[in-house]
Design a protein around this ligand. Structure first.
Ligand code: ASP
Length: 435
């Protein structure tokens, strides 16, 4: 089988974007015409389209645990200086929290100015089960797996990361045996990355199906009563994605934000259509390494970590939603309460995997911390899927930006790959070596 020639990022990005638009047009056309016919609903929407879309998301999710495990072991064992791991981790966690702090603050300010809850008349007040969130201390305890196999079975990202880092360090310190084991994982990593490419090749079909289902099943009337809320969240997401990351990138690395964004189209489309930064990890990892030029030792750590603890887009939704709900119920939040919201939002995202809809679950904790009723969530439930998709695209953009900044500061950045003058990453390098 041919190697890198079979995989053209740019062509694929274009095909995925075309599929996204085609899926939307097809879905909305169904919605406006025959979506209510029983056979269309059963065989087309709930049948073919849903099956294809879900299978695609599963194919991606299937790769997450093995890929994170194997690539982290490979990345950590290849570090020339294991002490740099602490620095990389410290910088990544700091930047993830900083950007989330900026995101939630922007959202609160925007919402205080626009007042989305004043005059809102939500139509979709569905009751929702709210599960209790573990305390922050418990999150820290849970980071260390009692049983790594169970952590993997449950796709629990933080304990998997800790276990893989420890194995990677041990591999680096085990002489000849370590070299053999490390060599195996490094080869395995190439194989799994190849599998990621296979899944990416069928992505246009999966994306089409996912978006078509959305278009066919979303009622426009749901949006009308909370339109101010929806528009404000979307605007703040765009402002944060464009402004915060561009400024941060420019000041810390001097790299062109425009070049950065131009490489993220495919990964953003994946995040958007799956609404899961967790399921997007394989594509994020591939993009960060092979398009942005981030070294494996950094990417294999910062990407899965970011998919778990970094949710800037989610923070924006939570900020706007908190103010929206407070205004809807006629509650005035004090400055101290708002600070509490900022802290809660930053803390809440740590330890919760990036899966669809998790932002709403976390919102319950945020609301409770300032004495707002959790039932308020029912007000925005009907419109959440579209916002979830959009905020997930912002979440992964943040993961990519932070990975790039950390790699740049650690000398783990390849300018030639970023400039596009040289293909990067393990798969391509291996393939090139063979040819
Ligand atoms: N779906 C988001 C993600 O995976 C989380 C959320 O906001 O619900 O990043």
């Amino acid at each position: 089988m041919s190697d890198e020639s079979s995989f053209d990022h740019r062509k694929l990005s274009n095909r995925i974007l075309m599929a996204l638009v085609a899926g939307l047009v097809f879905g909305v056309a169904l919605n406006l015409t025959i979506a209510d016919l029983p056979w269309v609903r059963t065989f087309v929407i709930d049948g073919a389209l849903t099956v294809v879309g879900e299978v695609f998301v599963r194919l991606l999710s299937m790769l997450v645990v093995p890929l994170v495990f194997v690539s982290l072991i490979t990345g950590v064992s290849a570090l020339s200086d294991p002490a740099s791991l602490g620095r990389i981790g410290g910088k990544a966690v700091f930047l993830y929290m900083l950007t989330t702090g900026v995101a939630i603050s922007l959202a609160l300010i925007g919402a205080l100015i626009v007042q989305p809850g004043v005059g809102a008349s939500p139509v979709d007040q569905v009751a929702r089960e709210i599960s209790a969130q573990p305390s922050f201390g418990q999150v820290l305890i849970n980071m260390v797996p009692r049983n790594p196999v169970r952590a993997m079975a449950e796709g629990d990202m933080l304990p998997i990361i800790i276990f893989a880092i420890l194995i990677g360090l041990a591999v680096a310190m085990s002489g000849k045996a370590g070299e053999r084991v490390g060599g195996f994982f490094s080869d395995f990593n190439v194989v799994i990355m190849r599998l990621v490419e296979f899944v990416m090749l069928v992505a246009p079909i999966g994306v089409f199906a996912l978006i078509a289902v959305l278009g066919a099943t979303t009622g426009i009337s749901t949006f009308l009563g909370v339109l101010k809320y929806v528009i404000l969240v979307l605007v703040m997401l765009i402002v944060h994605a464009v402004m915060t990351y561009s400024l941060l990138l420019k000041f810390t690395t001097g790299l062109s934000p425009r070049a950065f964004f131009s490489k993220l189209r495919a990964v953003q489309a994946f995040a958007f259509s799956t609404a899961s930064s967790g399921a997007t990890i394989p594509v994020t990892l591939k993009t960060v390494e092979q398009r942005l030029g981030v070294g494996k030792s950094v990417a294999s750590f910062t990407v899965p970590l970011g998919a778990t603890i970094n949710m800037d887009g989610t923070a924006i939704m939570q900020g706007v939603a908190t103010i929206f709900i407070a205004q809807y119920f006629g509650v005035d939040l004090s400055f101290t309460q708002m600070l509490m919201v900022v802290l809660m939002v930053i803390m809440a995202s740590v330890g919760t995997a990036g899966v669809p809809g998790v932002g709403l679950v976390l919102l319950a904790g945020v609301l409770a911390s300032v004495g707002l009723p959790a039932e308020g969530i029912a007000l925005i439930l009907g419109v959440d899927r579209v916002l979830d998709m959009t905020r997930t695209a912002v979440n992964v953009t943040g993961d990519c930006a932070v990975s790039l900044i950390v790699a740049h500061s650690e000398g783990e950045f390849d300018q030639a790959v970023f400039d596009g003058s040289q293909p990067g990453g393990t798969v391509v390098t291996e393939a090139a070596a063979k040819s």
